[in-house]
Design a protein. Structure first.
Length: 566
């Protein structure tokens, strides 16, 4: 491809509202065009990168004997109603519309339900299983706040794969083979060393799922490494406070009226207490209407995923102001474990275990209780739980060693549905005995455009993008310096020769200054730069430089070919 034929141009600037490095570089280099927040067009260079990423993923999915297909982005309301996921209260990222005849349709944010419905028409017997299919599909998600460039958008390309098995054992074999295939994918994309399999929430289907998280400063997730080397997502990471709570001799219980106090720090200042002597009580309502009191030390937040696991309750949401008043008789902000109403369930985080003379809400507006002690003022719970959100300084409960935290970006996930979705959608097969059984299902995703964004973030420098050879839009940036006939002839000849070898070349045939061409080569991130000039022609060599190196080399044609075919 000749640069003079590209309709895109490089730029020294990116849109003022674009703060993500990956999008800034990709826009400046002409790989993507920003349509609106969270929505990008992929230009010819960007499309070539995406296709190279897809091909790597495709090759590894094919090693699993998975079969590629493509489904429609339009989805039926009735289908999603079978699992309850048409409801905006359950899935809040739908884009929805109506056909001309008034039929409700959704634009695919996922294809789990449609793929199951389709496969029901083709899989009848145990002889048909195991089986898996995958696709590369554009997903649409109505994210409240799209940010991080192409790493998190409202429209993106995803590889989603779905597996069907006769039982848990057969499913597990495929599940584990998929983990290994994903590792190979990320190794080939150049981010394998910083991409880790992490434990994540399994939602309604299983205790855990697995995510593939790449350590990345621009990532929106936080992963936590235990002292044994395993990684967890922050939402499920176990943690222990670094030092036990100080136990003092019990003091006299009292209640204090404090008005016009806003915030924990202002409260503690008024009470002359350290934060380690303060508790925070939140009231949650679960599906079915049950309300629970949840208590954590005030320097911690409640992790609602961990809380759901601890309580065994689903649909947990913070109680409304009306519910809080009804349960406590007080306004929001004054709930606590002093003067508890009767017959309520209370869950205590282990961050409050061993606390003495602590502060809590008095369940009276403007009133706080201080010098509260377990066993005297409140019932000593039979069990303390871990539902706090881990933070820097916390310990691994298994070893008492410090936890390690890292910002990360999710590039893939794998999920075991068991038979729950099959039961909801009546997806069965006939076993060897002629009996009908529910299919065991799994779901496996890789964000194609997100992976491109993560690579752009991680494998870039102050000069621009740095693509690995196997996903770069072109492997060689051929720069012709000057318009002398001998230079043009030598450059054209090399261009043809490299293409005949199967090397993808971006040929900068413009009449532009050397500095401009070199700056563009670096910004574009093409792995290899080759320069043809009057000097190189006279010396019967080419000037070669690798994108990741600073010094160039003078090489003859045979040496250049050996470099590019190594």
């Amino acid at each position: 491809m000749r640069v003079s034929k590209l309709f895109t141009k490089t730029s020294k600037t990116a849109p003022a509202d674009e703060v993500a490095k990956n999008a800034q570089l990709l826009i400046r280099a002409g790989y993507v065009h920003k349509e609106m927040a969270g929505v990008y067009a992929y230009l010819p260079l960007g499309q070539r990168v995406l296709e190279n990423i897809k091909q790597i993923v495709r090759e590894e999915m094919n090693t699993l004997d998975s079969q590629e297909l493509i489904m429609t982005g339009l989805q039926r309301k009735e289908l999603w109603e079978t699992t309850g996921r048409w409801d905006d209260e359950v899935v809040d990222i739908w884009f929805k519309s109506k056909l001309k005849d008034g039929t409700d349709v959704g634009f695919g944010w996922s294809h789990e339900e449609p793929i199951v419905e389709m496969l029901k028409h083709y899989l009848e017997s145990y002889k048909d299983l195991p089986m898996s299919v995958y696709q590369f599909q554009t997903k649409l998600r109505n994210e409240v706040r799209a940010k991080s460039g192409i790493m998190r958008g409202r429209e993106f390309v995803m590889k989603d794969m779905y597996s069907c098995a006769t039982d848990a054992e057969q499913h597990e074999l495929f599940y584990q083979s998929c983990i290994e295939a994903y590792k190979r994918v990320f190794d080939r994309l150049g981010i394998g060393e910083s991409t880790f399999v992490t434990y994540a929430s399994g939602g309604a289907f299983t205790q855990f799922s697995h995510e593939f998280q790449t350590i990345c400063d621009a990532g929106e997730d936080v992963i936590v490494k235990t002292s044994e080397g395993t990684w967890h997502n922050l939402e499920i990471s176990p943690s222990k406070i670094p030092t036990p709570n100080v136990q003092d001799a019990p003091k006299a219980y009292e209640e204090r009226e404090l008005k016009n106090i806003i915030g924990v720090q202002a409260l503690l200042k008024a009470l002359e207490l350290p934060i380690e002597k303060s508790t925070k009580t939140l009231i949650y309502t679960a599906e079915g209407g049950e309300s629970i009191f949840v208590v954590v030390r005030s320097d911690y937040d409640v992790n609602e995923v961990k809380l759901a696991t601890v309580t065994g309750l689903s649909g947990l949401k913070l109680a409304s102001e009306e519910s809080v008043r009804e349960l406590t008789g007080a306004a929001i902000g004054y709930a606590g474990v002093a003067n508890l109403p009767e017959n309520v369930r209370v869950f205590y985080d282990d961050s409050v275990e061993g606390m003495t003379n602590f502060e809590t809400g008095a369940n009276k507006t403007h009133h706080h209780a201080v010098n509260v002690n377990f066993g005297r003022d409140v019932v000593l719970p039979e069990q303390f739980y871990d539902f706090k959100e881990a933070k820097a300084g916390d310990l691994d409960p298994a070893t008492d060693e410090p936890l390690e935290f890292a910002k990360s970006a999710e590039v893939g996930n794998i999920f075991n549905f068991g038979t729950q979705k099959s039961e909801a959608m009546d997806f069965t097969f006939t076993n060897e005995k002629g009996e009908r059984q529910f299919v065991h299902l799994g779901s496996y995703g890789i964000g194609i455009t997100r992976a491109m964004g993560v690579i752009a973030e991680k494998l870039s420098d102050e000069r621009g993008l740095v693509w690995p050879d196997n996903i770069a839009p072109y492997r060689v940036y051929l720069a012709q310096l000057g318009t002398d006939e001998k230079v043009v002839t030598a450059a054209e000849k090399l261009y043809d020769s490299l293409q005949d070898m199967g090397v993808a070349v971006l040929y900068d045939d413009r009449n532009a200054r050397p500095g401009e061409k070199f700056a563009d080569a670096d910004l574009l991130g093409i792995p290899h730069r080759v320069v043809v000039s009057a000097r190189t022609v006279d010396q019967s060599v080419f000037e070669y430089k690798k994108r990741t190196e600073t010094e160039s080399l003078a090489v003859d044609l045979e040496k250049l070919k050996s470099i590019l075919t190594a």
